[in-house]
Design a binder for this molecule. Structure first.
Ligand SMILES: [Zn+2]
Length: 354
């Protein structure tokens, strides 16, 4: 059985919209639910997991990606008590502490895999990071956890090529923006069509800039796309491109809001879908999974499923509410999906053998 390092940022409750009186689905309940589910079901014991101790990242770690001006703004704003920043993002008095421990936890996860202590790692941290740019916050995200980890692996652990794969329902626009001219980092994002959906970026035509044209891939999933569409995407494009890129490691930006019961989005991944995607990646490459979004009550079960996939086990049946799933299924979904898949294939065939 593979060994998995699991890490939580233990101080995350200091980052809580209730402390500022702003409504937000990005709340401490998310991680509390996961931890409760893990305790109640002995998830860590069943999956050969070891809990790693969280540490805080240094300012220098954060500055591998973010600008000093931006870091100073976050620091000052948090120390002054925080507030509503706009773009769905808030800060509290203790947020800087939380953000630094989230980044530090992600780096510990990276270190555990890079040193060979564990085969894979799962960092259960909040707030999420994939909408954060080098110099601004967005969509609940302040520091870009995946980007800081990628730079740490390159600059401290001497890794040369990193693949970052996003399966959150929302496009990984911040991560893409940070690496869009860097051919040492491949960015693949599979998300709900952003035409009418946050962050309104991440279109198929966004493929990166010189000298990294073709190293950014965005797959626009039509609303109601589910397991079979995701599996086809990974089989026909995603995994082929990662194989040709030949990364030293894969960072998976794992949002659970592509789940079929999620209220914020209209995708239809089930437990089987998450299991299949995580397995297909982690059976080929060392993988560090980072928690991004996901707001449904089943978040604990979904995180459990990711650990089962990482460890190569399967204990849990996919108890799909077929009525719920079928009620939302549009007959046009597959047709639109195939058209978008072909559009991406045509565009990417100039850069990869697909
Ligand atoms: Zn999301």
């Amino acid at each position: 059985m593979r060994s998995i390092g699991v890490i939580f940022n233990t101080n995350h409750e200091l980052h809580d919209y209730m402390l500022k009186g702003f409504p937000s689905p990005e709340s401490p309940v998310r991680l509390q639910r996961i931890m409760q589910h893990f305790r109640d079901n002995k998830v860590l014991e069943n999956n050969n997991c070891k809990v790693l101790n969280p540490v805080s990242a240094s300012v220098q770690d954060v500055l591998r990606v973010h600008t000093m001006d931006y870091f100073s703004f976050v620091q000052l704003c948090s120390l002054k008590g925080g507030g509503w920043l706009g773009n769905d993002t808030y800060l509290c008095e203790g947020s800087l502490e939380v953000l630094l421990q989230a980044v530090g936890s992600v780096l510990e996860a990276g270190k555990a895999v890079a040193t060979g202590e564990h085969d894979h790692a799962f960092a259960l941290i909040r707030p999420p990071g994939h909408h954060a740019y080098a110099d601004h916050y967005s969509g609940f995200c302040v520091f870009n956890n995946a980007a800081v980890l990628a730079r740490y692996l390159q600059q401290v652990r001497s890794y040369s090529k990193i693949a970052i794969v996003n399966i959150d329902a929302h496009a990984s626009d911040g991560t893409q923006d940070i690496f869009n001219a860097d051919p040492s980092v491949l960015c693949i994002s599979v998300h709900q069509d952003p035409s009418h959906f946050y962050p309104f970026k991440g279109f198929i035509r966004e493929i990166g800039f010189m000298p990294a044209v073709g190293y950014t891939l965005n797959m626009e999933m039509p609303p109601e796309a589910g397991n079979s569409e995701y599996f086809i995407f990974f089989e026909e494009i995603g995994l082929k491109v990662i194989e040709q890129f030949c990364p030293d490691i894969v960072i998976l930006e794992c949002g659970f809001d592509s789940y079929y019961k999620e209220g914020l989005s209209k995708l239809n991944l089930t437990m089987d879908g998450y299991y299949g995607i995580v397995s297909s990646i982690s059976s080929k490459w060392r993988t560090i999974v980072l928690l991004e979004g996901g707001y449904h009550d089943d978040i604990g079960l979904l995180a459990d499923m990711v650990l089962q996939a990482l460890s190569g086990n399967r204990y849990t049946k996919d108890e799909v509410d077929q009525m719920h799933l079928l009620a939302s299924r549009q007959s046009s979904c597959r047709r639109i999906f195939e058209s978008k898949l072909n559009e991406l294939k045509t565009l990417m065939s100039s850069y990869w053998e697909i």
